[in-house]
Design a protein around this ligand. Structure first.
Ligand code: GDP
Length: 530
């Protein structure tokens, strides 16, 4: 059996091909261009004929097509996303004049897609928890069952995190089959594995930002149904800046931006505009620029590069600690980070420094077991293990972290990922130990996981965690979790970044190990202003 991928023009001119065994492939191209096929979405076709199967995607004046010489069924959405990525890659390298990169970049995406066909194991966290044999964990979990929150019709409601939630305090997956049965969720834009990290980061640049991908977005709202459409027609033309800014202020508040933060933003826009009469379009344009500037990191977010450089300098392993309020998704997102590192051939030691909440160590153990199984079934040469010294208070956390770092150095781990106890940001007694921990572990990066759900309180959470490590140390990044549950109410990102100037490294978009994405600043700003 063979499979091929080609990029071609409707004229039949082949621009690039991978594994091409189609002979003569002009027949295929002719049939794609001229014959009718099942059109799943505009421009995306598939058909089977004579025991052969092909998929094709047309964008502008280019086609990318995938061909199998036996009937093969793949998830249409994955094929479409791959072909779309391939066309975008082609467009980017030809625009930049860097065509020499094309083979590596395209073949990588092609190979990732082929893994789906061959049943490569699942990159997902299980959503079916079976009961653990550890009665201690079980009892604790019952007592402390986590509650998820979700926005419903503008209100935050609490839902039980039972079925389908990644709450491992309730149990563990004890069957490898359970893992293998899960639907494969591989997000090419975030979890590429490659010997060449430069290649991975290039692909992330091309594919990671979904801004240029518009075909999968729902049809845009009609202008009059959007906030901006409504106020444009309300004002008609230029109006008093106070009236226009009041409307924009209300809009920011409705998106979950805290009132003091919204006031600061609006005042700044008014000063920048500097005149009395303004149109809604002028106001929106300055606001868009300001929000974009706020969310765009002013430091490098290329962690892989940093870690690789650290590993080659043979100094101590790269240490990352994850902090945040209880239940925001610290351990889940730590596990997502770990999976990303594993996929990039890095050795990861997870250190259980939540030595306070019973069940926390076991919860991490479950993540590590899952990741070990996923990793052993993939082609990576990386390893992941758990370092734990049980439960304890006071100096136990500091000792555990120090021992983990020393152990990782001895055993050749590239990264130590330290989970910490969740704590209430407004409780000074609980926050105080963070400084001692930071001084002792001296992490290369401290990442706070904050929930997209949290709203106004996000300002205080971010500020208190940012200040918890003393005068000379701050948070390095945020991961904003549960973005999948808030729709376009994404204001807490602005709250947290404006209050601290700490950039967002990733957003958490669900409960599988690949549900972590690079922030699309453009999409967030659009959600806040449209
Ligand atoms: P921790 O106490 O901060 O370590 O929180 P956990 O990692 O245990 O996560 C708490 C709950 O949030 C679990 O049910 C997770 O599955 C869920 N969770 C974490 N991240 C996300 C996310 O990005 N999206 C959604 N929908 N749920 C998440």
């Amino acid at each position: 059996m063979s499979q091929s991928l080609i990029i071609f023009e409707p004229s039949g001119k082949v621009l690039y091909q991978v594994n091409n065994k189609i002979s003569p492939f002009n027949d295929l191209i002719y049939s794609i261009v001229n014959e009718s096929h099942t059109e799943h979405n505009p421009g995306f076709y598939t058909t089977s004929a004579n025991q052969k199967r092909f998929y094709a995607l047309k964008k502008g004046n280019l086609y990318a097509a995938l061909y199998f010489d036996v009937v093969t069924t793949l998830d249409n959405a994955k094929v479409k996303s791959c072909l779309s990525g391939v066309l975008r890659t082609y467009a980017t390298v030809t625009e930049e004049g860097t065509e020499e990169k094309l083979p590596k970049l395209v073949e990588y995406q092609f190979n990732q897609l082929m893994k789906l066909k061959t049943g490569t194991p699942v990159a997902t966290t299980p959503d079916r928890a079976t009961k653990t044999s550890d009665s201690k964990v079980e009892k604790t979990a019952k007592k402390k069952g986590k509650v998820m929150r979700k926005w419903v019709n503008g209100e935050m409601v609490e839902i039980s995190a039972d079925d389908g939630a990644l709450d491992y305090s309730e149990g563990k997956i004890d069957s490898a089959d359970a893992l293998a049965e899960e639907k494969l969720v591989v997000d090419n834009s975030n979890f590429q594995r490659s010997d060449d990290l430069v290649l991975v980061s290039e692909l992330q640049d091309i594919l990671g930002d979904s801004d240029s991908e518009d075909e999968d977005k729902p049809a845009p709202k009609t202008l009059t149904s959007t906030f901006f459409g409504k106020i444009s027609s309300y004002f008609g033309g230029a109006a008093d800046i106070d009236d226009v800014s009041k409307k924009f202020y209300d809009q920011l508040i409705s998106k979950n931006i805290a009132p003091p933060t919204a006031t600061t933003i609006i005042d700044k826009i008014k000063t920048t505009i500097g005149k009395r009469q303004v149109t809604a379009a002028e106001f929106k344009s300055v606001l868009t620029e300001e929000l974009t500037k706020t969310l765009t990191p002013n430091v490098s977010t290329d962690l892989l590069y940093d870690i690789k450089r650290n590993s080659s300098s043979k100094s101590r392993p790269y240490v990352i600690s994850v902090v945040g309020v209880n239940g925001v998704g610290k351990s889940t997102n730590l596990a997502k980070l770990a999976y990303w590192f594993l996929q990039n051939n890095m050795n990861v030691l997870i250190c259980a420094c939540d030595t306070f909440r019973s069940g926390a160590v076991e919860q991490l153990k479950v993540h590590v077991n899952n990741l070990q199984r996923l990793n052993s079934a993939s082609a990576t040469s990386s390893k992941i293990d758990l370092f734990e010294k049980g439960y304890g208070g006071g100096d136990h956390v500091v000792n555990t972290a120090k021992s983990a770092i020393a152990y990782a150095q001895e055993q050749g781990y590239d990264i130590v990922l330290i989970d910490t106890a969740g704590r209430t940001h407004s409780n000074a007694k609980l926050m105080a130990p963070l400084k001692k921990f930071g001084d002792a572990a001296n992490p290369n990066k401290i990442i706070m996981v904050g929930e997209a759900l949290v709203g106004t309180d996000s300002v205080e959470q971010a500020v208190n965690f940012n200040n918890a490590f003393g005068n000379r140390r701050n948070l390095d990044f945020f991961i904003i979790s549960k973005v999948d549950t808030v729709g376009d109410l994404v204001g807490s990102m602005i709250n947290m970044v404006m209050a601290t100037r700490v950039p967002i490294l990733f957003v958490g978009t669900g409960q599988t190990y690949t549900d972590i994405k690079k922030l699309s600043v453009k999409s967030v700003v659009e959600m806040l202003t449209r």
